[in-house]
Design a protein around this ligand. Structure first.
Ligand code: CMC
Length: 428
């Protein structure tokens, strides 16, 4: 590996230090470039910019590898629970039994939300998108826990807010759905595990007991694990950037939720099912939609295909595809959308347009089909993604704080007008 990089600007040579990660990822450090040379680097969308050093998640898009704290995603999805993975991401190591019991106990203890949070729901129109409500209510926690906005709060206080956030998000997410339906809200049940409790709060009625199905619990557990972190993606970078201004954990995560909501990011899972339904309504001709996706004059994109970093199969999509087959078989569901999805996938995987651009199904392509099968309504899909991504956001926010990273503040290349004099309105 090169020990340093040389850059020649205006005939003068400058040496830049080279950095290597534990997985031999290489970078050169341009932190002092502007001071030394007057130049900045330009990288729209940060496609080739390392914004931080991080020890949380390793991702190799070319090889289709994803590991949390060194553990392969395939093993975690198969053998672990969501809370165990959350602990691993946030605190850096797999918990022993006592540590996991204590973590689960603390989270269970904090699942109730302040009764005044219920009143906030009344202010939203019933048709409001749940992601907007979720981000608002997560930010509103700053009002209930004012010490959380103090940048100098102790490590214990930070940890308490982490536990509160992990606990309360599932109650708030389930209530968001219940409220949108005009249904009575269910209070959390401390006798249930994290995933079962969420399903209970979503689907139980005072008039009808909800039977918790282990197949559904296991599928949801897997989905939450697969979404738990994905290194410096759009929402995580947002959480780190907002947090770098010493903004609170709740405020930073609320910003991340808004970033995730975008249809190019987490919002894609909702868009995938809506796209599959649109294809079904249109008669089910997948080739027509493949042609639309390839037509540069048509804004249509094949939702659930392509990824900024995976230029090979998304390893999460492989696991989810298998899980979707298992869940549908176990629940005895024959969903015609799955057939359309399979046809679309086959067509895209053999079409030169998609092959040349390395566009493979991503995590969102099959997750919506599982959510649909287990009864999660379409507009809640991205909320489910947020529920899964929360430990990753927390871990990244915590790491950024503990490493005392400076406030994020990119540069720009200005392309606007040169200085000019103000013209009064009657002379314009
Ligand atoms: N359908 C058709 N063409 C596509 C698609 C698609 N889904 N995705 C990329 N392309 C084409 C794009 O038009 C471009 O073609 P050309 O080189 O001829 O101009 C080429 O592939 C490269 O695309 P890009 O937009 O430059 O790639 P990007 O890295 O900036 O964008 C992406 C990545 C995920 C935003 C994009 O692939 C996309 O819009 N996919 C659909 C939305 C989606 O499924 N998002 C979920 C991502 S996974 C969940 C998460 O982690 O957030």
């Amino acid at each position: 590996m090169a020990e340093s990089a040389e850059i020649i600007l205006d005939g003068k040579s400058y040496t830049l230090p080279v950095i290597e990660g534990t997985e031999h990822e290489k970078a050169f450090d341009i932190g002092k470039l502007r001071d030394q040379t007057g130049y900045v680097t330009l990288d729209s969308g940060y496609k080739n910019t390392g914004a931080t050093k991080s020890a949380i998640t390793f991702l190799d898009g070319e090889e289709g590898i994803l590991r949390y704290r060194g553990y392969p995603i395939e093993q975690l999805a198969e053998k672990s629970t969501f809370l165990e993975v959350a602990y691993l991401l946030i605190y850096g190591a797999l918990p022993n039994k006592a540590e996991l019991d204590e973590f689960s106990h603390q989270i269970t203890k904090h699942t109730l939300v302040h009764e005044d949070v219920r009143k906030i729901f009344d202010g939203f129109p019933s048709a409001a998108h749940p992601m907007g409500i979720l981000s608002s209510l997560i930010c509103s926690l700053t009002a209930f826990y004012p010490k959380s906005i103090d940048p100098d709060q102790s490590a214990e206080e930070i940890n308490l807010n982490i536990l509160r956030l992990m606990a309360k998000i599932s109650t708030i997410a389930a209530w968001t759905y219940k409220n949108s339906q005009g249904h009575p809200l269910n209070y959390p049940r401390n006798d249930l595990d994290y995933t079962s409790n969420f399903l209970y709060m979503m689907f139980s009625f005072p008039t009808e007991k909800y039977e918790i199905n282990p197949v559904v619990v296991s599928a949801l557990n897997k989905l939450l694990i697969l979404h738990a972190d994905h290194e410096q993606n759009c929402s995580t970078s947002t959480v780190r950037l907002v947090g770098s201004a010493n903004a609170s954990l709740y405020g930073s995560v609320s910003a991340g939720i808004n970033a995730l909501w975008g249809p190019l990011h987490g919002g894609a899972n909702q868009e995938v099912v809506e796209m599959l339904e649109a294809i079904q309504r249109d008669g089910g001709d997948t080739s027509k939609f493949i042609a639309k996706a390839k037509d540069k004059n048509d804004p249509f994109r094949l939702m659930g295909f392509g990824h900024r970093v995976y230029k090979n199969f998304d390893p999460r999509a492989k696991i989810i595809k298998k899980a979707a087959d298992e869940v549908l078989a176990a629940l005895g569901i024959n969903d015609p959308l799955l057939t359309i999805a399979q046809e679309l996938e086959q067509a895209a995987l053999t079409d030169p347009y998609f092959v040349e651009r390395k566009l493979y199904p991503n995590v969102d392509f099959y997750s919506g089909i599982i959510y649909k099968a287990i009864g999660i309504p379409t507009e809640m899909f991205t909320v489910m993604f947020a529920l899964g991504r929360l430990p990753g956001w927390i871990a990244q926010w915590k790491e950024m704080r503990e490493n005392k990273e400076p406030i994020g503040r990119p540069r720009q290349i200005y392309t606007g007008e040169l200085e000019r004099d103000y013209v009064s309105i009657e002379n314009r």
